[in-house]
Design a protein around this ligand. Sequence first.
Ligand SMILES: [Zn+2]
Length: 272
Amino acid sequence: MNRTLTILAAGATLLAGLAAPALAAPEVSLARFDCGTPQAPVPVNQRFSDTFAYGELKLQFVFSCYLIKHGDDYLLWDTGHAMTMPNVAPKVSLVDYLAKIDLKPDQIKYVGISHYHADHTGQVASFPKATVLIGAKDWEAISSPKPGTGVNFKPFEGWIKGENKLEALALDKDVFEDGTVIVLRTPGHTPGHSSLLVKLAGMGPVILSGDAIHFRENANSTGVPAFNYDRAQTVASVERLKNIATNLKATIIIQHDARDVEKLPVFPAFAK
Ligand SMILES: [Zn+2]
């Protein structure tokens, strides 16, 4: 009896050992797109700091979208400005970027939206087959009968009507359920703002910070943009992201900071 049990136990261990590689997480990689045309550097002291933290500092903002490949699945993170936006429209649309690597819009499984502002949501309507992942409170604002100022609800028409798929996230979401790609709840810039943690095997974990952080100096001081929805939530979210970065040795990539563009290779190359 004991012997049989031992053999069974040994067999189970062997099977578990054999099964492990099949269960290993698929390869994850990350690419960046320019999703708007940068304008001249702007003074950031007032609009981007409610504590006047930045003196004469002027910064050029860039507009970034990202593509995450997880095995054979794709998640797009933010959709940039609309192609019709005056002055800051992207030079290349997301659909055209994807065509360069033979991807069709319908192959995008998820579109993660950091928040409802126009420079992050402009091209979402190009992906009607994707499941949109968005913070519940931002979705409430978009789908409200009377959306507030700055809530770019129009491109979400298909989702508002219920024709397209959407998950309104009240908490973090482990997108592929293997811990490699996690939408992080980081409210404050907007009520349902989210950031994205992507665990790359080579480069290590990366945090795409949405607009929780606008530029490097924002992360190093508590200069909260004056137009943010909630100051205390913003400070707590920045602290959360910095703590995750310390604990996981993660690289924070600030989506609007021109100096952070070089942290990732130039598309069509992917960081791995
Ligand atoms: Zn924003």
